[in-house]
Structure formats: C-alpha cells, structure tokens
Design a protein around this ligand. Structure first.
Ligand SMILES: *[C@@H]1O[C@H](CO)[C@@H](O)[C@H](O)[C@H]1NC(C)=O
Ligand SMILES: *[C@@H]1O[C@H](CO)[C@@H](O)[C@H](O)[C@H]1NC(C)=O
Ligand SMILES: *[C@@H]1O[C@H](CO)[C@@H](O)[C@H](O)[C@H]1NC(C)=O
Ligand SMILES: *[C@@H]1O[C@H](CO)[C@@H](O)[C@H](O)[C@H]1NC(C)=O
Ligand SMILES: *[C@@H]1O[C@H](CO)[C@@H](O)[C@H](O)[C@H]1NC(C)=O
Ligand SMILES: *[C@@H]1O[C@H](CO)[C@@H](O)[C@H](O)[C@H]1NC(C)=O
Length: 420
C-alpha cells in the first residue's frame, strides 16, 4: 500500500518559499486572495537506484537549463532555469514526463519525480524518465534579476508555453542517452495541475505536435474577470445560518458605507476596531473569512478557521442559531468582536490596518518590492494580464456574501498601481 506521508497535505497554501512574505500567512497584502498552488511533494532522501542497479543522484539534485529569455528574440540570450530529474524507471524507448508546478518556487516539488505521484507512476509503468521544471519568474528561474515591469514583459503565457517546447527540444538530460530524447526521438508527456494544468492544455492546443500525451488536472482553462461566482459554492454550502447572517451583515455594511452617516460608518469601524480610510478596503477585507473556505480539507474537522468564524457568529451561549441565523444585530456584533479579538491578528499580525489591508498607497512594499522569488507578484502579473478571476461581490440581482463595493475595477486598480 502506498502511504505517501511525505506528500505535504492536499490543497495546501504554499507560502514558505516567498522571501518577501510578511503577513502571517505569507501574503504581501490581505486584500488579495491567498494563492492556491498545487501541493508540495518532497521525496525520500539519498541516492536512487535505477532499473539496472546503477546508483543515480538523489531526487533533490538541482539541474540547470539555459532557457531563452525571449522566444520572439533569441538574440537576447538565455537565463538559467532550474529543473529536477530522475531516470529511476527509465529504459531506452521510454517516455519523458515533463511537469511544472507553475506559479511557485519549485523547491520541495521533487516528489513529483517519484512514484508517490501520478507522474512517477506513469514512469514506473512505461519505463519513463521524470522532470520537474521551474516556471519562469518563480523561485530562482528568472530571465532578469528583478520583477520590474520592464522584466515582466517576457512573463507571458506564450513564453511559458515556448519554454516547455524549447526545453523538450534542447535539454541534454543527465542520464545515459539523455541527448537523444527530443520529442522527435522519444514520446514526451506533459503534466500539470491548476494553473499549470491550464498551461498544459494551452500548450497542446498552441503547439500540438510536441507532446504525445498530456494530463491536465484541475485545469483552470477559462479566464473569468468578474468572478463573483467564486463565492457561490461557499454561500450555498456553508452552514446556512451563517450564510444568511453574513448576507445580512454585508447588506448592512454596504448600505451604510454607501449612504450612511459618518457616525454610522464610524460605529462599524469601532466595532471591528479597524480604522481604514477607504471603505472598499474595509468591506473587501471581510472576504478573508470566506477565503478560509478554500483551505478546507476533506478530513479537516470542525476546528478549521472557517468553521470557527461561523461558530463565532452562530453559537450564542452554547446554542446554535436556527437556519435563518440570529439576524443582523447579533451577527454584526459577533463578527466585529471575533474580527477585533481573534481574527485580525491571524491575518495581519502586528501590521497596521493600512499596511495589511489598505490598497491606496502606491509606496507600499506590496507595490514596490521587485525582488525575485516573490511568487505573489509574479502570479498577480498573470492574473491581471491573462487569468482574471477577480473575486468580488455578486451583481445586484443575486444574493451576496461579499461586499458589492468590490468590483473588478478595485482589484485591477491595485494591479495598475503595481505596474506603474
Ligand atoms: C538534498 O537533500 C539532502 C538531505 O536532506 C540535503 O543534505 C541536500 O543539501 C539536498 N540537496 C539539495 C541540492 O537541495
Ligand atoms: C515506488 O518506487 C520505489 C522505489 O523508488 C519502490 O520501492 C516502491 O515499491 C514503488 N512503489 C510501488 C507502489 O510500486
Ligand atoms: C531590473 O531589470 C531590468 C532588466 O529587465 C534592468 O534593466 C534594471 O536595471 C533592473 N532594475 C533594478 C532596480 O535592478
Ligand atoms: C544501466 O543502463 C544505462 C542506460 O541503459 C547504461 O548506460 C549503464 O551502463 C547501465 N549500467 C549497468 C551497470 O548495466
Ligand atoms: C480614524 O482615523 C481618522 C484619521 O486617522 C480619524 O480622523 C478618525 O476619527 C478615526 N475614526 C475612528 C472611528 O477611530
Ligand atoms: C448553525 O451554525 C452552527 C455553528 O456554525 C452549525 O454547527 C450549524 O450546523 C448551523 N445550523 C444550520 C441549520 O445552519
């Protein structure tokens, strides 16, 4: 029986590798969604034995490939792209299985070389070699030594597709015969999940003759800019008393922020003990309690942050609210108290509300930090230019658990500040 204990969780939020991370969960800013990358998988340590008994390098050995900076202009030269590789199961004639973890530093993903993952299982069954390739602009695979707007001009999905193709045709794999396994000489299989699953799909459509087969897991191939629907399964499947109360609180906050008096607005700020200048920053911040839903695991149990939030709103003196909830007054006070006493610190630590949740100051490091190995910045570039998925309030004719003060223009404005 396979017990891949070394696979670190399913759907983990991967933050450990962000060097410029500063908020407790590693985000640079808490009014943007947490990143959801595919799970890390580390591998067993030590030397590996190939099919014919040869001792070969450990899975975590890092290799380097000279990748083109700009596939439209090869004269710009190359940068170093990191990869990991094993020929544990390889026999001449077998396939080469290529995988990128996508929008993340690829350290700690070498488990995707092994038979603890489907990649390695395919290799084991088909006598293949496996590769984990770090995506350009993540980790230490960078065309330039910073993430400035000038540098990010070559951070496009087309360049990422072309990287996969150029790698396949030009890599000299560190294994016997590794210089004779191009797609013209051996079958290549491309695998990805989530964004890298989308990239896998985009690649086989855009470059149909390179990979013999491809496997796109949870591939998010459709870009949706105004993605209020992100919150719909949460609204529908969360405890319904909690859903109803959250809707009531959000409706009240929106109404007050749009047409309430200064006193009414300040009363809400006081209740949450959070004095943000911009009301859309304030209302948008409350999305954090709902984003916690995406870290739910099948076996996560009742102590998950999301359920603690609902318990805070719905359990009064040990009694749960009926399906309609306790109503606005109780829920508003309960949410404010929970936010002020418990939750704010979890997302913002010791940072001020403006530093943690304010989006209007273009001098914030969130906008100005262009150091490499900052997956959040590199990913937001792709979100803004290609993927969308801005997670905002529902249209007026729909129930909403998220403020309607947040519309795509809000998240786009944050992006534009970073890009100017
Ligand atoms: C590989 O793992 C071993 C054992 O944990 C460690 O000593 C070594 O530094 C690692 N090598 C790389 C290149 O990360
Ligand atoms: C996976 O590969 C290891 C060697 O790396 C081997 O010992 C193990 O039996 C394989 N697991 C399965 C389920 O085949
Ligand atoms: C950032 O990289 C670009 C190349 O894209 C370079 O021209 C520029 O000088 C670098 N900026 C900093 C601040 O290092
Ligand atoms: C194992 O296989 C590789 C590739 O076919 C070959 O280069 C190597 O010499 C073999 N080693 C042994 C000990 O047979
Ligand atoms: C919030 O801060 C502003 C300016 O810093 C101040 O004028 C206002 O009174 C504060 N409001 C509350 C409710 O603390
Ligand atoms: C009400 O909320 C409590 C606490 O979160 C939850 O356990 C319960 O299932 C909810 N009941 C209904 C009917 O939604």
């Amino acid at each position: 029986m396979m017990t891949p204990l070394w696979i670190v969780g399913a759907l983990v939020l991967l933050f450990a590798s962000l060097t410029s991370a500063r908020l407790p969960d590693g985000r640079l800013h808490a009014n943007m969604p947490p990143m959801l990358t595919i799970p890390q998988a580390t591998s067993p340590e030590g030397p590996v034995t190939s099919r014919n008994g040869t001792t070969i390098p450990p899975y975590n050995t890092t290799y380097y490939f000279n990748q083109l900076i700009d596939h439209n202009n090869p004269s710009l030269g190359t940068f170093v792209q990191r990869y990991w590789h094993t020929w544990e199961f390889y026999e001449p004639g077998g396939p080469v299985i290529l995988f990128t973890p996508g929008e993340v530093n690829a350290d700690g993903y070498d488990g995707y070389l092994t038979n603890g993952t489907i990649n390695g299982r395919i290799a084991q069954q088909q006598n293949g070699a496996t590769i984990v390739l770090e995506h350009r602009f993540y980790g230490y695979s960078n065309p330039y030594n910073n993430l400035s707007v000038a540098s990010l001009q070559v951070h496009t999905i087309q360049q990422a597709i072309d990287d996969l193709v150029y790698f396949a045709y030009n890599v000299d794999l560190p294994m016997p015969g590794g210089n004779h396994v191009t797609p013209a000489e051996a079958p290549w299989i491309l695998i990805g999940g989530s964004y890298s699953g989308a990239l896998t799909s985009f690649t086989v459509v855009n470059q149909p003759d390179v990979f013999r087969a491809a496997y796109a897991s949870s591939a998010v191939v459709e870009s949706i800019v105004d993605y209020w629907g992100y919150f719909e399964p949460i609204r529908e499947y969360m405890p319904q008393n909690c859903s109803n109360d959250v809707q009531a609180v959000i409706a009240y906050i929106d109404e007050t922020f749009i047409s309430g008096t200064t006193e009414e607005i300040d009363a809400i700020k006081t209740l949450f003990n959070m004095n943000l200048t911009h009301l859309d920053d304030f209302a948008g911040a409350l999305r954090n309690n709902l984003w916690d839903w995406q870290s739910l695991q099948p076996d996560s149990g009742p102590d998950m942050q999301f359920f603690q939030f609902c318990d805070a709103l719905e359990v009064k003196d040990g009694v749960s609210a009926p399906i309609e909830g306790w109503g606005l007054d109780y829920a508003l006070n309960a949410w404010g108290t929970y936010w002020a006493d418990t939750y704010y610190y979890l997302i913002c630590g010791d940072y001020s509300a403006e530093e943690c949740l304010g989006s209007y100051d273009p001098t914030q490091s969130y906008y100005t930090d262009i150091s490499i190995n900052n997956a959040a910045r590199s990913w937001e570039w792709i979100v803004c230019n290609y993927m969308g998925f801005l997670q905002d309030g529902a249209p007026l004719d729909q129930p909403t658990i998220v403020t309607r003060l947040i519309q795509p223009i809000y998240d786009e404005a944050s992006e534009e500040s970073r890009q100017s």
